[in-house]
Design a protein around this ligand. Structure first.
Ligand SMILES: Cc1cc2nc3c(=O)[nH]c(=O)nc-3n(C[C@H](O)[C@H](O)[C@H](O)COP(=O)(O)OP(=O)(O)OC[C@H]3O[C@@H](n4cnc5c(N)ncnc54)[C@H](O)[C@@H]3O)c2cc1C
Length: 435
């Protein structure tokens, strides 16, 4: 294939960014990929299984992670952020801040000896703070690049001038407390793809979920927390237990539209929750086939190939009961069993249901830091703070040469994120290869 002198910059290493980078790299275009977290993978790495096939999420993702890391046409800057972008379509330049991991990347082999010895326990962000990690850590078990990172905020050496046990333990002398942040300058960028995904409402404002008992009652969890609980590599080893008493829940209520389609929080629909809720209930049933699940919904928005039959299978084969309803309040009894008080819209009555566990399908919101990134790139955001795109060309932003894909411009599922990523890559390549 003909060599091209211009490269592409992909911001965000979730499934959308990874797919866009791989498509471009396979076209012979060099890609610089910038990911804020220590490892690529995004939210898909946190999921247990994925609808509509209920395949293991990490099993689908892992080959793409390593392909992306090893591709000769992709340079990955993980634990990094874009600080500055100048120029225009066909000829951008950028400045990347590469944060110090305090690890010599070429020496670390992810053996884990340092982790075993580190005395500091810290909330594990990847596991939604449902367990602790150490101050030296790998972002997640199958994370790529498979390199340790030292959490400067928590490490005893940085906070108290003590310890350095990891340094003594590391047989490869990979620890480097003198390492500094680096600024990397990139020139000759033909096009940019923004794929920085989404946050969840509880990451921005936990208070709006108080009415549903989140953060107040131990047996109320968010849907992403529930994904981690279902996952074999998650905090409960895949055996779902209540936080109040360690018992396996036999009745779970899944509450839809928590923060979405609401006048008080966000007016838009998060689009994927109807489907992933049924998936989560199905997987929980596969763990324990005595389970009863109740899905409280406003209306079902399952618009995709095979989606309706997925929901019907949920009801027919997985003991899921769908209740068209409006939630009034969640409270608990003396044993911390959640009680849902709701309006049953099919039977026109106010009633209640006692369950063992509540799972909240919380609202998808724009990723943290999107305002700053939009300003750096000179692109517009829409009324809800997602990236504004051209009507009928969902990968085109308000700036020529800057494209987007995945949840950063609206909530969407993985298949659509992947399809859009290929669309964004094609548009980016058009500029780089001159049509
Ligand atoms: C509970 C739950 C269950 C779900 N289950 C399913 C399912 O079963 N099937 C399905 O199809 N979909 C499911 N989804 C949706 C799925 O998570 C998304 O479709 C998918 O993750 C979108 O990928 P993305 O790359 O757009 O975003 P993300 O996965 O969010 O990736 C974005 C990446 O960009 C990085 N980033 C953010 N800001 C910056 C920055 N400033 N600079 C550099 N990098 C940055 C992030 O760290 C992240 O790695 C589920 C979602 C939730 C919440």
């Amino acid at each position: 294939m003909e060599k091209v002198s211009k490269s592409a910059l992909v911001i965000g290493g979730g499934i959308a960014g990874i797919q866009a980078a791989l498509d471009l790299a396979d076209m012979g275009i060099h890609v610089d990929m910038v990911e804020k977290k220590p490892c690529i993978g995004g939210r898909m790495a946190q999921l247990d299984k994925t609808f509509p096939t209920n395949d293991c999420s990490i099993c689908i993702l892992a080959p793409k992670l390593s392909e992306c890391y090893r591709h000769p046409n992709i340079t990955l800057y993980s634990y990094s952020e874009v600080q500055k972008v100048e120029g225009s379509a066909g000829n951008f330049s950028a400045e990347i801040l590469k944060r110090a991991r305090y690890i010599k990347e070429e020496e670390c082999i992810n053996c884990g000896l340092c982790v075993e010895k580190c005395p500091m326990r810290v909330e594990d962000e990847f596991d939604r703070e449902l367990r602790k990690r150490r101050a030296i850590y790998i972002y997640y078990l199958q994370g790529v690049p498979a390199i340790m990172t030292i959490d400067k905020e928590k490490c005893l050496w940085f906070t108290k001038n003590a310890c350095r046990i990891c340094e003594k333990t590391c047989e490869r002398e990979a620890i480097d407390f003198e390492q500094e942040d680096q600024i990397i300058k990139l020139e000759n960028i033909g096009s940019i793809i923004v794929a920085t995904g989404y946050s969840l409402i509880e990451d921005i404002d936990k208070d709006v979920l108080k009415n549903y008992g989140y953060g107040k009652f131990r047996n109320v969890v968010s849907a992403l927390e529930f994904e981690r609980l279902e996952c074999a590599s998650g905090p409960q080893g895949g055996h779902i237990k209540r936080f109040s008493d360690g018992k396996t829940p036999k009745k779970i209520a899944f509450l839809q539209c928590i923060g979405s389609r609401s006048d008080r929080v966000e007016k838009y629909c998060s689009s994927i929750c109807c489907m992933y809720t049924t998936k989560e209930a199905m997987i929980a049933y596969e763990h324990d086939n005595e389970l009863e699940s109740y899905v409280f919904y406003i209306d079902m928005r399952a618009g995709g190939k095979g989606f309706q039959s997925f929901l019907r299978r949920g009801a027919a084969e997985y003991n899921i009961k769908y209740i068209k309803s409006k939630i009034a309040q969640i409270t608990v009894d003396e044993k911390e069993n959640p009680i849902i008080i709701y309006e049953d819209l099919d039977n026109d009555k106010i009633t209640q249901l006692k369950v063992d566990l509540v799972v909240l399908a919380t609202c998808i919101v724009p990723p943290q830091g999107i305002d700053n990134l939009a300003e750096i790139l000179g692109i517009e955001l829409n009324d809800y703070n997602f990236i504004k795109t051209t009507p009928f060309i969902p990968v085109e932003t308000s700036k020529n040469g800057v494209f987007t894909c995945g949840c950063v411009h609206e909530p969407m599922d993985i298949p659509r994120s992947v399809a859009e990523a290929s669309g964004a890559a094609a548009k980016a390549a058009e500029i780089i290869r001159g049509g």
